[in-house]
Design a protein around this ligand. Structure first.
Ligand SMILES: O=c1[nH]cc([C@@H]2O[C@H](COP(=O)(O)OP(=O)(O)OP(=O)(O)O)[C@@H](O)[C@H]2O)c(=O)[nH]1
Length: 674
């Protein structure tokens, strides 16, 4: 059996497939019931997603497979890999799965604590997982070297073994600055049987490099799939995350079924599709004040009635658009109406954005940060606006979670104090104003941009953009400062995650090409005190960087040098950085730039990119895909997928391309010059 044919099934190279695809294909071929359940899992998560949509969900895992499994069902989450060392004493656990659960729990708790203490960003939910393989009463984790992989795989050869994934879902709450956590955990077991493996096959597989970061030393979703005779149970559990069981847990946690319906639900291994679809609307949220709780107790004739009025106070009259579940003839709860909540939310999106923009522009958040609590009339007087208009704006902001409203008046929410006040360290004010003044007018011409396939700067601002940056962003001092403030906001928000995505400790000098205000550079010198970082950017930018510099920084200062990276020679360095640069340009210009960088790089030099990385199929990451539209209306560039970046980079002699989806607004890509 030769292995070359399916190589790259998983790696982010061209022709790679997502775990969803490869997993589904395999399940379909070998286990129709599992295929059915796999599909159900996707549907099941959707309604729960609505529930999680407003929460800050963190995946405490560096495993790209876990990230992709959860991404593929549309869950929105940040990735913060756990620093917990997997060194629990195995013999102290009565069963292997208890060990996996405890490790998963410790991984998640470590991240919850770290985020709470260090970053003052207490997540709502942290998910941790740990996958182990057990055979002949041995627990196998990830091999430490090739010999170890050999020992593991030869143990598995010709036998059935178990794969356990322990999962911990940690709900967090910050009370008086103390972190409170509530842990829900579970495990899933899948049995896998290996064929007899010849020495030659075994070593060929080990030399492919695939076993090294995988529990038991194999990746069932890729080459390792060829070693497998059968799988009994959840395939994705073997890959690293038991999605189906996870969905069931979420449903259990968020939608405990009303008692009298339990016996009606047809249980296969998970509740039927209809039951999950019932959950898709916020209005079914048991914590919602508009939940129409009483209606569930209606006698059947009333439940099936189609007339009447539905109001919170009149529980025994029901109309279909109240989205109450009703029983169908099989006794399964169904939603009579497919209410278009998602579409309505999108329809409203621009109103919410504009409310945020206007409140920011009128400095409402600055005012409330300084004054604490104010009545609408006081806010109106201070911002020189009508009382009736201000009151509606404040109410809308409160309903959107940006403000808090009590009898005493309006005050900032925690996140408004951190991100919306213009003087706060992590303020997004600059980006909000840029969005209102620059992106909003451009987006009003999205239709033309789509029809013509070009940027809309001329239509929006009456200026031809022959030289994008000179003509669009640096045409006046005011626009330039606004643009720099916007870039600074995003760079500050993302810098830590980008700077820590890869270990860059071997580098001594770095040059951030187009590094603007130096926000990422300043983060890098903090993390790597021995790294000398130069920011190289246009003279117009460099002339204005001073007031963006940190006040108290106990590291060697970042150096700023002016020049045009397309035309001028840039400073020598052993690490080059391009953050949000490539997405501005066409492939042709990118080739020009990468070829210059490649020529400047000695072998072993590194190149760090930070960009929004699209999934290869360009269908999952809506924020990233909307960002690509953003590039369409204002530049000649676009956002690209991991494979597209990989191919651009490899073309210029950069190898070992690694991508980390940080869960933040920018992802990180690292490669080295061979
Ligand atoms: O068939 C496959 N089996 C297992 C995997 C991958 O193996 C690892 C398991 O390791 P662990 O649970 O310790 O997770 P890590 O990768 O170290 O990430 P954490 O940060 O979460 O500790 C996991 O990545 C599985 O996906 C596989 O790919 N195929």
């Amino acid at each position: 059996m030769r292995m070359r044919a399916v190589w790259r099934l998983w790696s982010p190279g061209r022709g790679s497939r997502s775990v969803g695809d490869s997993a589904r294909r395999r399940i379909n071929a070998s286990c129709p019931r599992a295929a059915y359940l796999g599909l159900l899992a996707g549907m099941a998560l959707k309604p729960v997603l609505g529930k999680l949509g407003s929460k800050r969900v963190v995946l405490a895992s560096a495993s790209p497979r876990r990230q992709e499994i959860l991404c593929s069902v549309g869950l929105r989450f940040e990735v913060v890999p756990s620093w917990f060392k997997e060194t629990l004493e195995k013999s102290s656990f009565a069963t292997p799965y208890k060990y996996a659960i405890e490790t998963a729990k410790q991984k998640a708790l470590e991240v919850a604590n770290r985020m709470h203490v260090k970053h003052l960003r207490t997540p709502d939910i942290v998910i941790g997982a740990d996958t182990i393989v057990t055979v002949d009463e041995h627990i196998l984790e990830k091999p430490i070297d090739k010999q170890d992989a050999y020992r593991m795989l030869s143990r598995l050869s010709g036998k059935e073994h178990s794969v356990f994934t322990g999962v911990a879902i940690v709900h967090c709450n910050s009370k008086d600055n103390r972190l409170e956590t509530e842990v829900t955990d579970f495990y899933e077991e899948t049995k896998v049987k290996f064929a007899d493996l010849s020495e030659e096959l075994l070593w060929e597989y080990i030399h492919s490099g695939e076993p090294m970061d995988k529990a038991g030393g194999y990746g069932i979703q890729a080459l390792g799939g060829m070693l497998v005779e059968y799988v009994h149970g959840d395939f994705l559990n073997v890959v690293g995350f038991p999605l189906n069981h996870f969905c069931k847990k979420l449903v259990e946690l968020y939608y405990p079924p009303p008692k009298h319906t339990i016996h009606h639900i047809k249980h296969d291994s998970i509740p039927s599709v209809e039951t999950f679809e019932n959950l898709s609307d916020e209005e079914n949220d048991s914590s919602s004040p508009l939940q129409y709780k009483g209606a569930i107790k209606l006698d059947r004739s009333k439940t099936h009635s189609s007339g009447g009025v539905c109001s919170p106070g009149s529980s025994n009259i029901i109309k279909p658009n109240c989205m109450m579940p009703v029983e169908n003839q099989n006794g399964v709860m169904e939603n009579p109406d497919k209410f278009p909540s998602k579409i309505l939310e999108l329809l409203d999106g621009f109103r919410a954005s504009k409310a945020l923009f206007v409140a920011s522009k009128l400095k409402v958040f600055d005012l409330l940060k300084n004054k604490g609590v104010l009545q609408a009339v006081d806010v109106a007087n201070t911002i020189n606006s009508s009382v009736c208009g201000t009151e509606r704006l404040l109410d809308a902001c409160a309903a959107l979670g940006l403000l808090e409203k009590t009898l005493q008046g309006y005050s900032n929410s925690d996140s408004a104090n951190i991100y919306l006040a213009s003087d706060s360290e992590d303020s997004l004010h600059g980006y909000i104003i840029h969005s209102d003044d620059h992106l909003w007018p451009l987006f009003t011409h999205l239709e033309s941009a789509v029809k013509e396939g070009t940027m809309q700067n001329y239509r929006a601002f009456g200026k031809k953009s022959e030289n994008l940056f000179q003509d669009s962003y640096y045409q006046s001092m005011e626009v330039k400062q606004r643009f720099m403030a916007a870039m600074h906001s995003i760079a500050k928000l993302t810098a830590k995650d980008v700077a820590t995505a890869f270990d860059l400790s071997q580098f001594r000098s770095a040059c951030d090409l187009g590094g603007c205000t130096g926000a990422l550079a300043n983060e890098l010198v903090q993390k790597y005190p021995n790294l000398k970082v130069t920011v190289f950017d246009l003279p117009e930018v460099i002339a204005n960087v001073s007031h963006f510099q940190p006040v108290r920084q106990h590291t060697a200062p970042v150096t700023f040098t002016s020049g045009d990276f397309f035309k001028d020679n840039f400073p020598e360095a052993d690490l080059y950085i391009l953050s949000r640069i490539l997405h501005d340009w066409t492939d042709e210009k990118i080739h020009m730039l990468l070829s210059k960088i490649s020529a400047a790089c000695k072998p072993g030099c590194g190149l760090l990119l930070s960009e929004v990385v699209l999934d290869d199929e360009k269908k999952n990451r809506s924020t990233a895909l909307l960002q690509s539209l953003n590039m369409l209306v204002q530049t000649e560039g676009k956002e690209r997928s991991g494979s597209e970046y990989q191919s651009l980079l490899e073309h210029h002699g950069f190898t070992n391309v690694k991508i980390i989806l940080t869960g933040n607004l920018l992802d990180a890509i690292f490669c080295t010059k061979c």
